[in-house]
Design a protein around this ligand. Sequence first.
Ligand SMILES: NC(=O)c1ccc[n+]([C@@H]2O[C@H](COP(=O)([O-])OP(=O)(O)OC[C@H]3O[C@@H](n4cnc5c(N)ncnc54)[C@H](OP(=O)(O)O)[C@@H]3O)[C@@H](O)[C@H]2O)c1
Length: 289
Amino acid sequence: MTTWTPASMPDQTGKTAIVTGANSGIGLPTALELARHGAHVVVAARDPEKGGEAVARILREVPGAQVEYGRLDLADLDSVRRFAEGVDKVDLLVNNAGISMVPRRETKDGFELQFGTNHLGHFALTGLLLPLLAARPGARVVTVSSDAHSVGRIDFDNLDLERGYGRMSAYGRSKLANLLFTLELQRRATKAGIDLKSMATHPGMTATRIVKLGPFQPLLGVFLQSAEAGAVPSLYAATSPDVRGGEYFGPKAKVLEPSQAARSESTAARLWDVSSELTGVRFEKFANL
Ligand SMILES: NC(=O)c1ccc[n+]([C@@H]2O[C@H](COP(=O)([O-])OP(=O)(O)OC[C@H]3O[C@@H](n4cnc5c(N)ncnc54)[C@H](OP(=O)(O)O)[C@@H]3O)[C@@H](O)[C@H]2O)c1
């Protein structure tokens, strides 16, 4: 099988794509390639200056691209709500932004920061945008998880990790939540008869800022791939006609198997209800399931 590259991407003209964390790392080439293939792209980022620089960079590489900045801080539910209120159309949502292995801190709403940003922020964003996604047949939600999900464990009695915080285990937990969310979103969309595909990705070890600042820093320049290569699974999941909802893609767009914990339907359903409770986002389209 030949390796998929963005050159094989079908034309995206007429589609609106939102990419979170599109100002740097894997998110930037994700946004850039979607724009290159005709999508209207929203660079969703928390820092207006960095977001503006990313828009300018995309316009330099793709003159005439339809690209705009939207302010989104996933660690602040008010910001997530304001961002969602400003959206009027969306076909592709790429839940890419993330933080990794930071010391224990909290989001503005008091959630442990990695879980709050990587999972709860994206859970809320997806729920608030669901009516718009459901209005666009063939809509897709791609959530960037990680191989690190396999070290994660969800302890519903210690969601704030006030006891036993570990930077890696907290990251792994947030990435496990990304996968549980992806698969549960697909199940709920299918049951509700909504034409939506939900996929997850693991980009592979990529030379981006979260790696440069984290414990894998010594690996830099040894065997880390480029951000462009790290964007391939997201771009494939977002655009390939061959994708099925619920799939999990890794480097070179190969299908991966989520861990046993990530495939637990009971954990996923419970996490969904807890996330809904914590964020106040109800996913009304799924209300009667
Ligand atoms: N790099 C790897 O090897 C690797 C491996 C597996 C999975 N991943 C996943 O890939 C995704 C992208 O990460 P990356 O490697 O590209 O790292 P990165 O270069 O550090 O990019 C992370 C992005 O997330 C944004 N972000 C962080 N907190 C945010 C918040 N509260 N609100 C909005 N945006 C926020 C950052 O914005 P600022 O610039 O404002 O901080 C940045 O744009 C993450 O989900 C990560 O977990 C990466």
